[in-house]
Ligand binder design. Structure first.
Ligand code: ADP
Ligand code: MG
Length: 248
């Protein structure tokens, strides 16, 4: 059995004959903070969809903690320890920041029990700790609707962590954020990476430079190259596929 957290072999996903992923091979170790970059249409979101079971492989395999995910449904894969942060925030706007975090923390409980957690006062510390980590303790009682876009992103990243996944998948967390918010999200991911395995999909090169250790470049559904940010940025093939495509 592999010691890798995630191993993807010869993965192909076809949509009506069009290969969004084409014989892709990829692996990451537990504890890694990995960034995947690639131009629009490279297959990044499809790649995440296939890991989470939202999309089925046409060919090839995804192994997580040594288990082949082919037989499992999306909600089972989530329970096995893969948490996903979607591109747009999905927080409950009418609930406070603390209530959102509490819900995520007790996801297996009913909404009612979660909002009136008589038997869970011990968890208050953990929730406050998480709010502090994402920099929102001062706004714990504000309705989530009043948060800025970047604050919502940080709240949702915290809500993901509250469910203690073994692998966090984060899709374009800084799209549409100001430079200041982008840096905060970057610092949060760096902080979380001390004790989590994180796979980030990102388009924003400045952000990737801020957080990246090892970078995987996707192009036309396959891995084009892998290495440090400096290595991939000076790779001739990467320059070619990005030339004229960076409009941000
Ligand atoms: P990225 O996230 O890197 O921009 P995507 O994974 O969203 O790329 O898409 C990769 C390619 O697959 C694109 O050309 C896209 O149009 C195509 N694609 C994605 N999902 C579908 C789908 N459900 N049906 C048909 N084509 C799709
Ligand atoms: Mg995408």
């Amino acid at each position: 059995m592999s010691s890798k957290l995630l191993t993807i072999e010869n993965l192909t996903v076809s949509f009506d004959g069009f290969k969004a992923l084409n014989n892709l091979n990829f692996s990451m170790d537990a504890g890694e903070l990995r960034v995947i970059i690639g131009p629009n249409g490279a297959g990044k979101t499809t790649f995440l969809d296939t890991i989470t079971g939202k999309t089925q492989p046409t060919q090839g395999t995804v192994h997580f903690k040594g288990k082949n995910l082919a037989k499992f449904k999306e909600h089972t894969i989530a329970k096995m320890g893969i948490g996903r942060k979607f591109q747009t925030p999905r927080v409950y706007l009418n609930l406070s920041v603390r209530e959102n975090m509490t819900l995520a923390h007790h996801k297996h409980k009913t909404l009612f029990k979660t909002l009136f957690p008589k038997s869970h006062w011990g968890d208050k510390d953990a929730i406050a700790q998480l709010l502090e980590t994402v920099g929102l303790l001062g706004k714990a009682n504000s309705p989530a609707a009043l948060l800025a876009h970047g604050e919502k992103q940080r709240l949702e990243i915290g809500m993901l962590v509250a469910q203690s996944p073994d692998l966090l998948l984060v899709d374009e967390p800084v799209a549409g954020l100001t430079d200041e918010e982008t840096e905060k999200v970057g610092n949060l991911l760096i902080d979380l990476a001390k004790d989590h395995s994180i796979l980030v999909i990102e388009h924003d090169m400045e952000f990737v430079r801020q957080i990246a250790r090892k970078v995987t470049v996707l192009h036309e559904g396959s891995v084009l190259c892998e290495g440090t940010m400096d290595e991939v940025q000076t790779d001739r093939r990467v320059i070619e596929v990005y030339l004229g495509q960076q409009d941000e």
